[in-house]
Design a protein around this ligand. Structure first.
Ligand SMILES: [Zn+2]
Ligand SMILES: [Zn+2]
Length: 141
């Protein structure tokens, strides 16, 4: 079991599963919301318990994003289609929960000023949207 918390400590999280891998996303929604680059640990919703003052925003048909209502720390992204899946933000845990970056999606959409280095899997916007056809059906509305 791993415990984490937001910046102010009012929101706590408990994860009852190993956290080994995380992924990054350079899509426009994740970029605007995260402030630069979104990184998250993909978990089963049943293994994750959040407590505290949480606010949410339904950013698209596909996802709801959550933050601490006191300090604004990003907490999670809940898959709105497959509600058994949740992406939890690594910064809530010491040492990113021990998770390692293994994949970046929308890899070709990084800004000119930076990109993620290292031996990681890189999935382009085109490849990602081909694998998930529902994404192109008005994701941003
Ligand atoms: Zn907080
Ligand atoms: Zn994204």
């Amino acid at each position: 079991m791993t415990r984490g918390r937001c910046l102010c400590g009012e929101v706590t999280v408990q994860v009852n599963a190993p956290m080994t891998e995380m992924s990054a996303c350079h899509c426009e929604l994740c970029t605007r919301w995260s402030g630069a680059v979104h990184m998250a640990i993909d978990l089963e919703t049943k293994d994750v318990t959040f407590e505290g003052p949480i606010k949410t925003h339904r950013s698209s048909r596909l996802a709801t994003r959550a933050w601490c209502d006191t300090c604004g720390s990003a907490l999670y992204l809940q898959d709105a289609v497959d509600t058994d899946r949740i992406e939890v933000f690594p910064g809530l845990f010491d040492n990113a929960g021990g998770a390692k970056l293994v994949r970046v999606v929308y890899a070709d959409c990084h800004p000119d000023g930076f990109s993620l280095a290292g031996d990681i899997s890189r999935v382009s916007k085109k490849e990602y949207e081909a694998a998930y056809p529902h994404l192109s059906e008005g994701t941003n509305e």
